[in-house]
Design a protein around this ligand. Structure first.
Ligand SMILES: O=C(O)CC1=CCC(=O)O1
Length: 96
């Protein structure tokens, strides 16, 4: 099941720089792990913003929810999630 997710990151300016660096490094390691596993299918930066647009391929909404909540930066994110389904006009939906 595919989900489109927008994450807007808002780390407090007064957060200890070392804590911030550790959070970002841990988030990156988790993102790379999930991309290599095929779960985090797309990860794009939104131009000019500390935001990303991502697509996840997970079993269901519960897995999506748990994954998002487990992200190191989750406490500092606003997250918008949209469930996706196949469009009937998509090339991939056509009969051979
Ligand atoms: O920088 C972001 O948009 C938040 C984030 C997601 C994965 C990652 O490494 O950083």
């Amino acid at each position: 099941m595919l989900f489109h997710v927008r994450m807007d990151v808002g780390v407090p300016h007064d957060l200890d720089p070392d804590v911030r660096a550790e959070l970002v490094a841990t988030e990156k390691a988790r993102a790379l792990e999930l991309q290599r596993a095929g779960t985090w299918v797309h990860l794009w930066r939104v131009v000019g913003q500390y935001s990303n647009i991502s697509v996840f391929d997970v079993a269901d909404a519960t897995e999506m929810h748990d994954l998002l909540w487990s992200l190191p930066l989750f406490p500092y994110m606003q997250v918008q999630v949209t469930a996706l389904t196949e469009h009937p006009s998509a090339l991939s939906a056509q009969e051979p």
